[in-house]
Write a protein that binds this ligand. Sequence first.
Ligand SMILES: *Cc1c(COP(=O)(O)O)cnc(C)c1O
Length: 348
Amino acid sequence: MQKVTDIQKLARKNVLGLRPYASARDEFTADGREMVFLDANENPFDTGVNRYPDPQQRFLKTILARLKGVRPAQLLLGNGSDEVLDLIYRAFCEPGTDNVLTLPPTYGMYKVLADVNAVENREVLLTPDFEPDVEQVLKLADDHSKLLFLCSPNNPTGNSFSRGHIRTLLEGFQGLVVLDEAYIDFSEEESWLSELNAWPNLIVIQTLSKAYGMAGIRLGICYASEAIIALLNKIKPPYNVNALTQERAAQRIAAQQEVRKEVRLLVEERKKLERELVRIPCVEAVFPSDANFILARMDDAGKRYHQLQQLGIVVRNRSGQPRCENTLRLTVGRPEENEKLLHALKSL
Ligand SMILES: *Cc1c(COP(=O)(O)O)cnc(C)c1O
């Protein structure tokens, strides 16, 4: 059965009426002639970055679309996933009226952005094995539930959600399902991008911050139907992805072999860490991970966190999150860094 989603009905009314910002340079199409640009009050002397960047990031979208098997019009790029997520809130959630659903323990930004945008955040805890509680989610959703955030592989638990659960939520939830695949390149699971055309209510988020090793340039990627992307384009700041980011991102995406080599190495290192960690006395449990980090239950997470810091190693204490009592989240580093972590933990 084909899912029907009326994007116009889900969108905020004021957004529907907006028209995307058009710069003077949007109105002209290059035809190979040498042009004189006197339209944007730029400094004409060449610094490499004296011109405004392409607001539609056409070159970058073309290569990303080809790599991912989607159309460029199914892409929106942002200043990190965080900007992309904020745009989604602002396009669909009426402050003070609409609500979103999030499934803790999960990525903190979904809730931060709900608070910033004055949108009610309805929380449904993951089950003890860190899967979505599908029945509860669908029960708690109502006519004002615009967004459901799923993070798979999930941060901080590291596991991927079962495809069956994600499918049931896509079928049953009447708003948009935002599937955050920040860690998908480390995962054994296939991305849901291949199903984008089958689900008009699916938004997939990816980033260059993790597997691509480019957290510093800030590039988040949103994949969705052309109708959803067109709506987000209406509210996107025109120059939200700067010229240096567009350039470095394109170079890195072209270096697929290198990216894949690093990802393979990090996955190997993760497996090694998983094997070693379970043998360390202060580690009580290691949760299976599909990402580039490991959640470990400790005997006393607070104490071990401080001890590691004394030894020059910074990890993340996730004990404050529900179902994560006494846990540390350990990012997989370079081999020598992981050795140092293991050595330090063994010494405690
Ligand atoms: C790290 C991370 C991101 C990346 O955010 P950026 O703003 O693109 O750096 C997104 N989602 C999750 C779940 C993450 O852990």
